[in-house]
Structure formats: C-alpha cells, structure tokens
Design a protein around this ligand. Structure first.
Ligand code: SF4
Length: 403
C-alpha cells in the first residue's frame, strides 16, 4: 500500500511522472547555467486528499485537525465540480475523501461520489462512521479498487464514546458496525476497513490528555472480523508540531517507551491470529518503523519534496502541498478554487513550482516520519543521475492510483 515508487512506475502513471522528471531536469539545468527558466507546465497532482467539509459531528480527543474543524468557509458545489473535471482532464486519477471534517456531512456527498466515478476516478472515503446511511447510498457506485475506512479506534462502546465524543450521545460502536453487512449486501466489491489509532498513557493533543486504547487492540480486531470488515489497520498516534506539521512523538509515553512498544507488539501479534481469508490485520508503515525503532530514518528527507507536485490536499480552507501540512499557511498553493479554471490552474502551478524550489523538506519535514521518504529519494536520484528514463523498469499495473 505504501510502496509509492512502485505505484508511480505503473504504466498508467509513469508517463505523467516522466513529464515531471524531465521538467525538473530542465529547471535545474537552467538554474545552474543562469539561463531563463523553462515554462512551468500544468502541475496537476495524480491524487488528492479532498476535504469536502471542515464540519465534524465528533470531538475526538486525539484529532490531529482539531484547530481547523468547523470553519465557516465551504466549497461551492459548481466550483468543486469544475475543479475536479479540470483536474481529471489533466491527469488526476484518484481522490481520498478525508478531513479536516467528516466527508459524509457535505450536503452533496452522494452526488459528488457519483460524478467522480463517472469521470473514471478512484475513490476512497475515510469516515467517522456516524452517517453510514450515506456510505450505503454511495456503495452502488464503488468498485473493487475503491475503499471505505471507518476511524473507530476502540473495541468497546465506552471507549469509543470517550475517545470520539459524538454529538449524538447514544451512538455506539455496535450501531456503526451493524451497517457493514448492509453495505456489503448492496455491493461486495469495495474494501471496507476498520482503522485503529493506538494511543498510550501520556499521549496528548495540546493540553488535552488522550484516552488510552492500547488494551482494546484484540477486542477491536474481533469486532472488526465479526462485523465483516475486510481488515483492521493499526497506526500510532500523531501530534502537530509547533510549526504545524504532523509528527510522531512517542517520547510523551508515561511508561518507559520500550515497555509501551513491547505491549503493542504482543497485542498486535495476538490480533494477527484472528486473520482469516477475507479479513486481514495490518500494521501501518509508521507503526512498524516505531516498533523497529527506525522511525527517525524516515525523517531524513531530500531538499526537494517531489510529492508536492504529485499529491496535494484540496480543502475549503485552501489547497496545500501535503496532508501533513493541511491548514499551514506557508504550505499553501492556492485557495479552494485553485483548480477551478485554466487561469487558476496556471497560478497554482506557479505556486507549486515555488514550493518545489523554496520549501526545503530536509529542514521543514525533519520531524515528520514521512511515508513518501523512499519514493522522494528515488525521484531525486532519477533527476540527478540523468538515468535514461526509457530504461526504468515499469512495475506491474495494479491500477492502484492512491498516493
Ligand atoms: S517530505 Fe513528506 S511530509 Fe514533507 S511535504 Fe513532502 S510528503 Fe509531506
């Protein structure tokens, strides 16, 4: 899932990447020789995180986007449709509906998904599970490459409610999970995931202590399997750094960190015994790195982050270079209408070029355990080495376009 270099070498994506690499080489050569710069091409990302809304009906103690929720700014429906149509015509292949907000609260959620599927885009939805009737409504439009992931983070109703504080106080994990068989009945093709962010004693967001859920890893896995999810995925809790980026800061664990990690290892291994055909237990890349004590390796980024041109975040509060910098002013490439027409596209491409030249990822992202680290270095080496791009071995076409 996180082998982004292999994804980019799929025959369906590689020509777009080659265009980008050739332009980067030309740009660097012009800078080195003091010549005028080549014209900036239309830099449309292959994949976007799209925040349909910043509204949320939960108040999760561990929410990484707490400061940008429930803003008055909203997408204008036609502007959003125009933006997606233009981007799809210029190379966009996939959309992850996520947030910064609960996507199913967007009034045009169902019609948006239908429109995006008509354009041939892959769609993923990350939802809090509170409005699964909306997931049921979009289910007929999804196919086997699309996925829905519910952020549930608990194995008991009590922990679910303490962690998420849903506005409908009576909402339970039981009620949310009961929708899964109904969704499957409408359409068995899309992958349905149960996401579990592992929190530990001492973890906190700003001054808020986060509820510990570590002991419910196995219970949640049983629940996910019995409900009919395709998988449960475990990730470590992230915080926002003082500069706004998403970082992993396990040093805040109240017990000795090594002890916390040992407990996680034992519990995830126990959970893995519950795997069966059609149900998997997944560890996120950053959880694996944390447990192998290798997470600092992924904080060593090249100076140029190439993923700023290949994957961006479009939200009602603006368009950003990376999900880790959602809502951060200096990482903005445009407003919510950044791709609504050719004129805005040209301005946004210039802004993206500006960040590619001046946003020093080696410095700015040195606290971020970046999942794109390996692929970014691979792209950097392809540019600098002058390798004949026609000789790069293509990867198997999996039609997996999510970045
Ligand atoms: S290096 Fe990683 S964290 Fe930094 S902007 Fe790029 S993708 Fe985001």
């Amino acid at each position: 899932m996180h082998d982004f270099a292999a994804k980019l070498r799929q025959p369906s994506l590689w020509p777009h990447v080659v265009d980008y690499l050739k332009w980067q080489r030309a740009l660097r050569a012009a800078v080195a020789e003091g010549r005028s710069l080549p014209q900036t091409p239309a830099l449309v990302p292959l994949s976007i995180n799209l925040d349909l809304t910043t509204a949320c009906n939960y108040a999760c103690d561990h929410c990484i986007d707490w400061d940008i929720l429930n803003q008055p700014t909203k997408h204008l429906e036609q502007e959003l449709v125009d933006s997606i149509r233009l981007m799809a015509a210029r190379g966009l292949k996939s959309i992850i509906l996520i947030g910064g907000g609960e996507p199913t609260l967007y009034p045009g959620f169902v019609s948006f998904v239908r429109m995006a599927k008509e354009l041939g885009l892959q769609i993923a939805v990350v939802s809090n599970g509170s409005r699964n009737e909306k997931i049921l409504e979009i289910a007929p439009y999804l196919d086997e490459r699309d996925w829905v992931r519910l952020s549930l983070d608990s194995g008991t109703n009590a922990t679910f409610q303490r962690m998420h504080n849903p506005s409908k106080k009576s909402l339970t994990l039981d009620e949310i999970c009961a929708w899964i068989p109904k969704i499957r009945e409408v359409n068995p093709k899309p992958t349905l995931g149960f996401s579990f962010i592992i929190t530990w004693r001492g973890a906190q967001r700003d001054d808020v202590k986060v509820v510990e859920n570590l002991d419910e890893i196995v219970l949640a896995t049983e629940r996910a399997r019995n409900a009919g999810f395709s998988y449960i995925s475990f990730k470590p809790f992230l915080e926002r750094s003082d500069k706004g980026s998403e970082v992993m800061d396990p040093e805040h664990a109240e017990e000795e960190l090594a002890g916390v990690l040992r407990r996680i290892r034992v519990l995830v291994d126990e959970a893995k015994k519950l795997e069966r055909p059609g149900f998997r237990v997944l560890e996120s890349t950053n959880l694996r790195l944390l447990m192998e004590n290798r997470w600092r390796e992924y904080t060593n980024q090249p100076h140029v982050c190439h993923f700023q041109a290949l994957r961006q975040v479009l939200s009602p509060i603006g368009t950003y270079n990376c999900p880790a910098y959602r809502g951060v002013g200096y990482a903005k490439v445009g407003e919510k209408d950044a791709y609504k027409d050719e004129a805005n596209l040209a301005r946004t491409s210039s802004a993206t070029e500006g960040l590619l030249r001046h946003f020093d990822a080696a410095k700015e992202c040195r606290e971020v355990t970046c999942l794109y680290n390996g692929a970014n270095w691979w792209l950097e080496r392809l540019i600098e080495s002058g390798t004949d791009l026609d000789t790069v071995e293509l990867a198997e076409e999996r039609r997996d376009w999510f970045l």
